[in-house]
Design a protein around this ligand. Structure first.
Ligand code: SAM
Length: 317
């Protein structure tokens, strides 16, 4: 599937389109999609935590609303297709409710099978005072059947010991690792989109394009439809069209639709900047960033462990 800056961005779905940015409600949009059309549905739904774009509902009402959308998604999903629901926690008066756990029965009652519960770990976020700060969310991958698309090779990551060889048996002396790299596993360390991230827009809860590129490459083939019911500023469509898949998504908030359109146009013309897949996470100490040296460390030690020394007054130098 080839794209150019002339490719049309439609607002309604027809089988002839390749990019659909729908400014409206996803449930109504899904009603117009024929059964079995979408190969990959990937999204991060509202978490019902009172963000600018959502009205906080009673948990039961939230689950009923999610169940209706998930059921439509399953109807529209191709037999070889996958749904990836990326969620964090709903917070009720300081108590956390893990959304993946309470949504699981909805997916399983619709006959979907969970293939991975991927932990997406990142380092930035709110600093909690009464519990440990949350530094991961989950990405639950479900398939509609046992015969699902899974392309591992395009998403392999570098081996830890590529020079390792078999030391005994018929393959003794031969390299033991796959030259294409290893399976990325189910713990993905990818920076979240905070203020100095290259992809940051006005949306408070964008996910990074690289997170979705990995899913697009492994769970859909070229030309397949990738759909996001809660599109935000278009990250899923960008990941899809970047790899020659078709992309569709719905968004209720007009400002986010405009940002999504601009980002998709930038992607089509090759101007969109995103954090590259598999780029190592920035390590300030290794990069020699002076802010990584603690100001209260003694001249003999540069480590922050001095904080643990008893009866010491910590004075910045
Ligand atoms: C967590 S955000 C998704 C952000 C997105 N992953 C990105 O990278 O930009 C959820 C989005 O769903 C939108 N939304 C909520 N209910 C919707 C509905 N019924 N139909 C379409 N969009 C909806 C919200 O306005 C919000 O932008």
């Amino acid at each position: 599937m080839k794209y150019s800056d002339q490719t049309r961005i439609a607002s309604l779905w027809t089988p002839k389109e390749s990019i659909v940015l729908h400014p409206g409600d996803c449930l109504r949009f899904l009603k117009g999609i024929p059964d079995g059309t979408l190969q990959l549905i990937v999204t991060s739904p509202p978490y019902n935590i009172g963000k600018a774009y959502e009205k906080r509902l009673k948990l039961d009402n939230y689950l009923t609303q999610q169940a209706a959308i998930i059921a439509e998604c399953v109807r529209c999903l191709a037999p070889s297709g996958s749904i990836c629901w990326q969620v964090g926690n709903y917070v009720d008066n300081g108590a956390i409710v893990p959304l993946d756990t309470i949504l699981y029965p909805i997916f399983s009652s619709l006959g979907l099978k969970m293939r991975n519960r991927i932990i997406w770990h990142f380092e930035h976020g709110l600093h909690c005072k009464n519990r440990f700060s949350g530094r991961y969310e989950t990405l639950c991958w479900y398939t509609k059947s046992d015969r699902y698309v899974f392309n591992l090779d395009p998403v392999r990551v570098p081996q830890k010991y590529p020079g390792k060889r078999h030391f005994k048996g018929p393959k003794a002396g031969q390299y033991s690792s796959n030259p294409l790299g290893k399976n990325p596993g189910d713990l993905w360390v990818i920076p979240n989109v905070k203020s100095n991230h290259v992809e940051k827009t006005s949306h408070p809860c964008q996910y990074p394009v690289e997170l979705i590129e990995r899913l697009v490459l492994s769970l859909a083939n070229e030309g397949d439809w990738v759909f996001d019911p809660f599109l935000g500023v278009g990250s899923t469509i960008i990941a899809a069209i970047r790899h020659g898949r078709r992309g569709a998504g719905c968004e209720l908030v007009r400002d986010y639709v405009s940002v999504a359109r601009r980002r998709i146009e930038d992607q089509l013309s090759g101007r969109l900047k995103t954090r590259p897949m598999n780029k190592p996470v920035y390590d300030p100490a290794a990069a020699g960033n002076s802010l990584s040296i603690s100001p209260w460390a003694s001249p003999q030690s540069t480590g922050q462990l001095t904080l643990l020394e008893p009866k010491k007054r910590y004075v910045a130098r």
